[in-house]
Design a protein around this ligand. Sequence first.
Ligand code: TRP
Ligand code: SF4
Length: 402
Amino acid sequence: MKPRVLSGMRPTGALHLGHYHGALKNWVRLQQDYDAYYFVADWHALTTHYEEREVLERHVYDMVIDWIAAGLDPDRSTIFIQSRLPEHAELFTLLAMGTPLGWLERVPTYKDQIEKLKDRDLATYGFLGYPLLQAADILIYKAAYVPVGEDQSSHVELTREVARRFNHLYGRGNHFEQHVAAALAKLAKDDQRYLEKQRKAYGETGSAEALAKGEAVIGKAAAGAPDFTADDRELLLGHLKGSGKTILVEPQALHTEVLRLPGLDGTKMSKSYGNAVLMRDEPAEVTKKIRGMTTDPARVRRSDPGNPEKCPVWDFHKIYSDDATKDWVVKGCTTAGIGCLDCKQPVIDAVIAGQQPWRERAERYLANPKQVHWIVEMGTERARTVARQTMRDVREAIGLNY
Ligand code: TRP
Ligand code: SF4
């Protein structure tokens, strides 16, 4: 069994090169080695765009086509839509009951976004709950890893806290103590005493060393004692950490190094700033956009030398050009040996070449929208099986299975 990764993207419509290099490229890579779940976070889009319902559907399918165009393989990756799985909402509701308001108010993106998106009224209950909905998305699939940008770290951290609290509150029901005692009895007497000592030390001081020692004893039993089950192992780990039985799994953020690609004007690439090159822009459009890109402002005339570090075109070269081309840029720019249009040409060529396979794959699906719907349908059903199982466990743990 491969470990599971899960990530989501809000449907903002056709994707641009920033999405590709910042996230999608990584998603495509991860589907080789992980059980990959990728979904359209359409409810999350509504937290900020609740007044724009009519664009949502088109955006959803445009985005899925771009995912597949970029190389997400529906046979390897489970591709689905959040709103088709009401189980996410159910878990969100149940988690909301025990989540302190302060945890949500303190998430740094909360105040940031309210500041940044001044033109919208984000003083809503849904927007405050944004990271908790994200936690439900992640926890419902028991994802081990969540590939996201640094800006989302705090959301994964909140998810971990929420899982820990849930396990602590509800992982003790159903005769937890009795089950722990039975599992403990399967260890050698010395190991039992040793484990209790580490548990006490960890509980009192939070010592990482005590935790590691305790885990090592449990690991030894798991490897050695023949009647020691995976369930026993989970119980004892919960006992050691004081968290109870693991019902929801704490995920880890997966920050792979991503090269940041700025927009045409040097600020963050974003469709709403009008500075984006779309994954599916036509070659003529790409040429026009890149030729018009901002460059080092010091190069007013062709004869003025420049500094690539002060130029967004250089960030494109870092992603798209080989070493020889990059040397040519640095030399030519700093000595005014080349003009900016000369410098941009290899970028234009490389971007267009890079888009070619995307365009070919996208065309097949644009011509056959039913196939895209079908892929999403399959993914949604696969996701539903997992989500339903988790919800059964969750309801039982809370005592809602009457
Ligand atoms: N908040 C994420 C973003 O803006 C999108 C998202 C929603 C997400 N739910 C998720 C990402 C679950 C990872 C896991 O990019
Ligand atoms: Fe930028 Fe290239 Fe012009 Fe230098 S020559 S300022 S790197 S576009």
